[in-house]
Design a protein around this ligand. Structure first.
Ligand SMILES: Cc1ncc(COP(=O)(O)O)c(C=O)c1O
Length: 406
């Protein structure tokens, strides 16, 4: 009785979604780790490097100087100016401060954008595999997520004809995430242009480009973003980024976006009635992150690239696995289709990727996340934002697990 009463108090929108990190993969639970338990939810989808010293010092200085009061709701002018410089310098994009919004992580900025724009019946196209928060945020905001499944053969990239087929008169947004969580796939300029060519024909569709992994690209890959590749889409593109990944600042919680002034204003109004400004201290540290030395980024990328190469090579030597080599982020997304129908040491016949990850955890103590949770299987995701020795051992165990399947 009590349970019924309690659940009837919970709004329908929050019952449509699930929590991160418990039964569903969070940003962090996809790492190959051991020992581990099923419910482990370490926040490890984040660089294992510490926040650079100069950025830490800027945070400490802000505290010492008493910059510890409320600030403008969506960002101090100094940070907005640093963000404008970043967009100009790195993406060739011009934004005024009134076109920029700063929030408590990219996550809050995304959420604000959906709440500010979605009405019941509005559709949001999300290429799969996708970051699990996208569909849930869309649902929370009252919209309808529309997944477009990519394939291993296309290296998880959506084709223009797939996008054209998915667009309807009700489509409000396309979420574009390159490099991607969970696959690491990144679109070349030509691949992106083919998509923007489709979007030009559909003025009702806005583009939310989640560029959070912009700096984590390897092998000379050239990062590009939709508003840069197709200036005609500038007026209907929200370009999202943040300091979490490239600057190793996940806990500082600063994300930002730039786009049309009217949208940015509506997002600020929503933020003003929920959290108000993001931490003043983190904002000052982020000014230093964006304006200060950037030389640690290529150094970190050298390590990430070595780990990616190691993991891809070791997984491709495992029986029944096929692991594409992605261009960016810190994830790989191997197919385990070749193991389906085989028997694990426990005697269980593997029928799904969930069986695969459960049996792998049970027999080898290695935790990975099943691909179906991200909208495309049979596959799994491994994050290589963890110590190289740990990764190597995890891959050895995966090889042994696959080798023992009968
Ligand atoms: C694809 C993607 N977008 C956005 C975010 C949000 O990052 P934050 O809220 O730390 O800025 C994440 C975090 O894992 C992510 O993977």
């Amino acid at each position: 009785m009590n349970r019924v009463m309690h659940s009837s108090r919970i709004a329908a929108c929050s019952q449509r979604i699930g929590p991160l990190g418990e039964t569903r993969p969070d940003a962090g639970s996809g790492d190959a780790q051991w020992p581990s338990s099923r419910t482990r939810s370490s926040a490890s989808s984040q660089p294992d490097f510490d926040t650079p010293e100069n950025i830490k010092r800027a945070g400490i200085k802000a505290i010492e100087q008493g910059k510890t009061k409320y600030t403008n709701v969506d960002g101090i002018p100094e940070l907005k100016a640093a963000i404008a410089r970043k967009f100009k310098r790195e993406n060739g994009l011009d934004y005024k401060p009134s076109q920029i919004s700063v929030g408590t992580g990219g996550k809050q900025v995304l959420y604000n954008a959906f709440v500010a724009t979605l009405n019941p019946g509005d559709e949001v196209i999300i290429p799969a595999p996708y970051w699990v928060s996208y569909p849930d945020m869309v649902l929370l905001a009252g919209g309808t997520p529309v997944a477009v499944e990519t394939t291993f053969e296309s290296r998880f990239k959506m084709k223009p004809e797939q996008l054209a087929r998915a667009v309807t008169p009700n489509t409000k947004w396309l979420i574009f995430n390159s490099p991607s969580n969970p696959t690491g796939a990144a679109y070349t300029r030509a691949e992106l242009k083919a998509l923007t060519d489709v979007l030009i024909q559909h003025p009702q569709v806005w583009i939310l480009s989640d560029d959070i992994y912009e700096h984590l690209v390897y092998d000379e890959f050239e990062f590009t973003t939709p508003a840069q590749v197709e200036p005609a889409l500038y007026d209907r593109t929200l370009t999202l980024n943040g300091v979490s990944k490239a600057y190793c600042m996940t806990g500082w919680r600063i994300g930002y976006a730039a786009g049309p002034e009217s949208l940015i204003k509506a997002m600020a109004t929503i933020q003003s009635q929920s959290t108000s400004n993001p931490s003043s201290i983190s904002q000052w540290a982020s000014v230093e992150a964006l304006d200060g030395p950037q030389d640690f980024i290529p150094k970190h990328n050298d390590v990430f690239k070595q780990r990616r190469d190691l993991v891809v090579s070791m997984l491709n030597q495992a029986n029944g696995l096929q692991c594409p080599k992605p261009q960016g982020a810190f994830y790989v997304y191997p197919s385990c289709a070749g193991t389906m129908g085989r028997k694990a040491p426990s005697g269980k016949k593997l029928a799904t990727d969930e069986d695969f990850v459960t049996e792998l955890l049970e027999s080898e103590g290695v935790a990975v996340v099943q691909g179906t949770a991200f909208g495309l299987g049979p596959a799994f995701r491994i994050s290589y934002a963890t110590k190289t020795e740990a990764l190597e051992e995890a891959c050895r165990r995966i090889q042994r697990f696959c080798g023992n399947l009968t």
